[in-house]
Design a protein around this ligand. Structure first.
Ligand SMILES: [Zn+2]
Length: 173
């Protein structure tokens, strides 16, 4: 993806208030992200509040946009509890298998009025939201278990972006 600025990040969220977006902890090393290897930027609150965020340039690069929403940079805010499960779990976006804590059930408020009334959608995601790096073997899950797949990296990226587009669509339903 193209590098994004703090100002772009703070104004792209579809499911949190402007105040929350203003208080959000943006990555300190925003200038040094491995942009070329990212399909979206994901990060969590270094203070350990259980908040996490992702920003995805819908409709650019891989040319997939959510059907219901806007194209352009789309931000999604999540909250999650610490995950004490000892089971191996799969991220629903990139399908990487992780051991304890590597995947978390993340809750995202729905966009608009529905979210303000408290409706959320839960999904299992890599806790560090580094899906793009796992797909490209730039980061290895702690489990060390790679589920063999016959897909190319491009096919995996397409699947990841499709999964993300579907999720963003559901948030905006
Ligand atoms: Zn993932």
């Amino acid at each position: 993806v193209q590098p994004v600025t703090e100002a772009q990040l703070r104004s792209c969220f579809i499911n949190c208030s402007k105040g929350e977006a203003k208080r959000m902890a943006v990555p300190r090393d925003l200038g040094q992200q491995p942009w070329e290897d990212l399909d979206f930027l994901g990060w969590s609150d270094p203070a350990g509040s259980g908040r996490a965020w992702l920003a995805w340039p819908a409709g650019t690069g891989t040319a997939i946009a959510p059907t219901g929403g806007k194209a352009g940079l789309i931000g999604v805010a999540f909250r999650h509890e610490p995950n004490a499960s000892t089971k191996t779990q799969l991220c629903s976006l990139c399908l990487t298998a992780h051991s304890r804590g590597g995947v978390s059930l993340m809750a995202a408020a729905k966009a608009g009025d529905s979210g303000r009334r408290g409706n959320t959608i839960g999904t299992y995601l890599c806790t560090d939201l580094a899906c793009s790096l796992y797909l490209r073997d730039k980061k290895k899950p702690a489990l060390g278990l790679i589920v063999p797949e016959s897909l190319t990296i491009e096919q995996k990226v397409t699947r990841l972006v499709n999964n993300l587009a579907t999720f963003v669509d559901r948030l905006q339903d």
